[in-house]
Design a protein around this ligand. Structure first.
Ligand code: A3P
Length: 304
């Protein structure tokens, strides 16, 4: 099943085609929530901004909800307040509140120890809007991914993957080890994050199946966004809207956690698809990373 998911994504790339998802079958699916799953530094903020430009999609900054059982748990997590800002901004938009009122709403949810499901209900209650939650920490744990299946009725997923050399270099340059407060050699941690997240995303995608899980390569997205986004829109069950090609347009939700450099780019930069070619890591990639990268169709430099 995994080989089929990857093959399908790579065949789409070869054909330059936006294969349309199969029609829904069996019991009805949840059309109010979907997820973008990836390792950090895979271009997920860019994809979020693209999707948030669509009038039928609500794709707020990172929420960190699914990896917590309830709001007391969310509040107790060892991440900085900056990471809590994504939910505040999402509540602002969903409940049409100003920042102070949205913050007070979030604080009240924490005080009441509201369940994660209750908070999702608040965010996905907007008629005609599909909430797309893109939070890269979800992919770190299979239990977290499984929670999406428990909380929602067969939601749809987009798995976003990127070349490991580009992801690890970006992880180290942006000091994600410090931001995430993890100790150890940053290159080793970057590689471990890439392996763990991508391994989980693929294993989960394999379990979900191609009907509800679609694999996207970052490199395809930035080189030729239109066919990729046409396919992603169809997969999420919304009509294609060319606004998704304009992630830097007026009124996009830029603030909150995510890529801190996103503002600076100003346009979709296709050259970053080849960023990995000029990366030289201090040590060769380990066996697991090499194997996973090859399965994803990535070319790797020969080992010294
Ligand atoms: P760098 O800025 O370190 O190169 P994520 O949002 O998942 O954390 O991924 C961040 C990465 O997405 C960036 O890492 C960059 O490579 C890529 N990216 C951000 N904005 C982009 C844009 N406008 N065009 C192409 N790639 C972009």
């Amino acid at each position: 099943a995994l080989a089929r998911l990857v093959d399908e994504a790579l065949t789409r790339r070869e054909r330059g085609a936006a294969a349309v998802s199969k029609p829904m079958t069996g019991r009805p699916e949840d059309t109010s929530v979907g997820f973008v799953l990836s390792a950090p530094r895979s271009g997920s903020t860019l994809l979020r901004l693209m999707l948030s430009a669509h009038p039928a999609l609500f794709c707020p900054p990172e929420l960190f909800l699914l990896d917590h059982a309830s709001m007391a748990d969310w509040q107790a997590d060892d991440f900085s307040d900056f990471y809590r800002d994504g939910l505040v901004r999402a509540v602002m938009a969903a409940a049409e509140l100003d920042y102070a009122a949205a913050l007070a709403r979030v604080e009240a949810l924490v005080a009441a120890d509201a369940s994660t499901a209750e908070v999702y209900d608040l965010l996905r209650g907007q008629p005609g809007l599909l909430l797309v939650d893109k939070t890269p920490t979800y992919a770190l744990g299979m239990a977290c991914l499984q929670r999406a299946e428990q909380l929602f009725d067969r939601p749809r997923y987009v798995g976003l993957v990127r070349h490991p050399l580009a992801v690890i270099e970006s992880f180290v340059r942006n000091r994600l080890d410090r931001i995430r407060r993890v100790r150890g050699d940053p290159h080793e941690l970057g590689e471990r994050y890439w392996v763990q997240c991508n391994h989980n995303v693929l294993a989960f995608g394999e379990q979900i199946g191609a009907e509800r899980f679609r694999l996207v390569h970052y490199e395809d997205l930035v080189r030729d966004p239109e066919p990729v986004l046409t396919g992603v829109c169809a997969h999420l069950g919304v009509a294609y809207d060319a606004a998704v090609l304009d992630p830097y347009g007026r009124g996009r939700m830029f603030g909150g956690p995510g890529d801190p450099n996103i503002h600076r780019r100003g346009k979709i930069d296709p050259e970053l698809a080849d960023a990995w070619r000029s990366v030289s890591l201090p040590r060769p990639l380990g066996h697991e990373a090499r194997e996973l990268a090859t399965r994803l169709g990535y070319v790797l430099p020969a080992e010294d």
